[in-house]
Design a protein around this ligand. Structure first.
Ligand code: AR6
Length: 177
């Protein structure tokens, strides 16, 4: 796992399953607006969490692109799930600003709950069609910008689904640090 220290925060990059990060307080869901079980990340998280997660989500939905809400993690090994609605690329505009907003809002929710570790998937890069490398730059730059203002968060982990995606994150991290 690649780790870079940014303002006292360990930013980690790894290949894996976002629903299997037992050492992390809060995992982030690449959600749909209705906060229901779906494919990709949302499917993996809801299947592992069990039906209680959808039930808790129901009164919080719908959410708008760029927004985030937090719930408990039910049967997952974490304490919380932060549900972010990423932009559908080219439809929810400006897509780059909305994607950055997702990461910022998730980090702010984690701070409010005094969470010390959070794990993100690559939001919007699957079903929502955001090109991977530009999305990587937005994710890492936004986290970098926010690190100076974070107090409780000590670990921000990016969990990528393939070696190719992990390599892109590592390359972009090297470029911007
Ligand atoms: N762990 C980590 N990353 C994953 C996993 C996993 N278990 N599964 C997929 N990925 P997506 P989006 C990667 O489609 O683009 C859903 O159906 C995947 O390779 O999950 O924000 C929801 O219901 C990709 O790089 O999220 C929404 O309708 C990234 O995670 C919609 O898809 C995001 O893929 C959200 O689309």
């Amino acid at each position: 796992m690649k780790k870079v220290d940014l303002n006292g925060i360990s930013v980690e990059i790894t290949k894996g399953d976002i629903a299997n990060q037992p050492d992390i307080d809060a995992i982030v869901n690449a959600a749909n607006a209705r906060l229901q079980i779906g494919g990709g990340v949302a499917g993996a998280i809801h299947r592992a969490a069990g039906p209680g997660l959808e039930e808790e989500c129901r009164p919080l939905a719908p959410i708008k692109p760029g927004k985030a809400v937090i719930t408990s993690a039910h049967n997952l090994p974490n304490r919380f799930v932060i549900h972010c609605l990423g932009p559908v690329y080219g439809i929810d505009k400006p897509s780059d600003k909305l994607l950055a907003e997702c990461y910022r809002n998730a980090l702010n929710l984690a701070e409010e709950k005094e969470i010390s570790s959070v794990a993100f998937p690559a939001i919007s890069t699957g079903a929502f069609g955001f090109p991977f490398e530009p999305a990587t730059k937005i994710a890492l730059k936004t986290v970098m910008e926010e690190t100076a203002g974070l107090n409780s968060l000590k670990i921000v982990r990016f969990v990528l689904f393939s070696e190719k995606d992990r390599d892109i994150f590592e390359k972009v991290m090297d470029e911007i640090t």
